[in-house]
Structure formats: C-alpha cells, structure tokens
Design a protein around this ligand. Sequence first.
Ligand code: NAP
Length: 284
Amino acid sequence: MSAKLIDGKLISAAVRKQVTEETSAFTAETGVTPHLAAVLVGDDPASQVYVRNKERACRKCGLKSTLYRLSDKTTQQQLMDLVAELNADESVHGILVQLPLPDHLDSTPVLDSIRPDKDVDGFHPENVGLMLQGRPRFLPCTPHGVMKMLAHENIDTTGKHAVVIGRSDIVGKPMAGLLVQKGSDATVTICHSRTTDIAAVIRQADIVVAAVGIPEFVTGDMIKPDAVVIDVGINRVNDRLVGDVEFSAAAEKASAITPVPGGVGPMTIAMLLGNTLKAAKQSV
Ligand code: NAP
C-alpha cells in the first residue's frame, strides 16, 4: 500500500478530547450538562449498535444521553408525539431519531418536526438551508466529519475536482454542499445511479468521496494516481464490515485513503457530540 492511511479513530479521539474539555468547562460555568435524546424505533441490529455507540461516546465525554426505545409497532403519531415532548423539554438540547425507520413510518415529517435548534443531526430543512448559504447552525455529522479529516491531514481542497458518489440527503448532497462552500473551494461533481460512465467521471477526481452503499463499488482502476479517497460506505458482508471502495487496490493508487472500519464512522459520532455541546451552549 502506498497511500497514507487517514486514521479516523485517531482524529476522532482528538475531537472527542476537545469536546470533553469544553463540556467540562461549560458545565462548571453554567451548571448545565449537554443532553442528547436518542430515539430508536424497532430492533434493526445495525441501528442498535449505532445508537449504543453514540450513547457510550456521550457518556465518555461528559454529556448526558437518554435513549427512547420504541417498538416496531409504533405509529407515526406516537413518534411525532415523542418528538414534540422532547422539543418542549428544556433539559434536552439535542434530538436524534435513528434512521432508517421501519417501513410503515415516514421519516420526513418526523425530521421536519424536530426543533431546528435541537436538530443535532443537521437534517432539518432550515439547517440544510443555512449550511448551503454558508452560515451553518449544525453541520450534518458525516460530511462534517469528512471535512474535519481532510483539514486534519492538511489536504487542500481549493480548486480540486471532488467527485461525490451518492446523492442522499444525509451524506452525498450535504457533502457536495460543504466541498463547494467558499473556503473549501472544490469543484464538485455528484454521481448517482443514473450517471453515465461513472468510472470515467471518478477517474477525473482529485478527491473521491464514496457514499453508495455497495461493497467495493469503486475499484482500484477508477482511482487517478495520487487521488485522495474517502470511503463513507459501511456494508456488512459475511459478518465483516466493507466500504464502498476496493481498499487494497485503491490504496496502491491513492495518496491518502480512509479505512473501513476506523475511518469516517468514528468521525460521525465525534461530530454529533460537538453538535450536542453546541446546542447546549446556544440554549443558555
Ligand atoms: P443511500 O441513501 O442509499 O444513497 C445511496 C446513493 O448511492 C444514492 O444517491 C444512489 O443513487 C447512489 N447509488 C446507488 N447505486 C448506485 C450505482 N450503481 N451507481 C452510482 N450511484 C449509485 O445511502 P446513504 O445513506 O447515503 O449511505 C451510503 C453509504 O454510507 C452506506 O453504506 C451507509 O451505510 C454509509 N453511511 C456511513 C456513515 C458513516 O458514519 N460512515 C453515515 C451514513 C451512511 P440514486 O439517488 O440515483 O438512487
């Protein structure tokens, strides 16, 4: 492997350390402990692991976290009622509804109903709009984590051609939105399932961000020599976690690459903690 490994565990540990120190100072000054309310509906195994990891990370950094577990029979109204309750609870600073929701529930009205100043995932349309206008309240955790990794590695995005593969509201679109902001100044292409000759597009990328959800979708031959490769994908294949990039082949071509696991995943959690602290600070 010739690429430098971008170590998400290491970088996220530095972010968490900073959050811990700032939380301790904030709580000492105000008597307020930042509080995240996490809502988990149903028993999707991956979601349970994600929520547990988020809760554990909160506690380690001195934040309070409360998990609301709802059965997979929960109705849309019951879920909306819980969000309304958490919106009104002044002791709660951040609200997170773990996605995906069971099929019978519509996530859009649920996410829309979270108070924007408690929307620590950064999915509310108001926060998406503020982010796109370059005056963010909360940045969405995964794309923000990627930007933090690039900054930590001193990877200058100015004038670089960044190709984002995937256009979800959670990863692809906000990722492209952050890369194109003034200050980041990348030239951005977004690819999706209807993109023609996607391999040719990816081959032009100085920075590749893969958020497709297909194991090893981006193969080594698609990587331009010395490109930076950020693999957001988390796919379970025979009980092993695999990214959206064919890691070993891509690492032979790239100048820097994130692993899966231990890349973007830990950054997502660290940025959530930062957003929860920010929400608490903005509430006093
Ligand atoms: P998603 O909502 O399923 O979106 C996937 C995107 O990939 C869509 O825009 C889709 O295009 C595109 N796509 C699918 N097949 C394609 C193909 N053959 N060619 C080109 N594009 C294709 O997924 P997501 O929520 O963005 O997540 C993507 C991956 O990141 C998943 O593996 C997920 O587990 C992972 N993830 C990781 C973290 C983390 O913390 N590391 C956080 C969130 C998600 P269309 O729009 O045309 O359908």
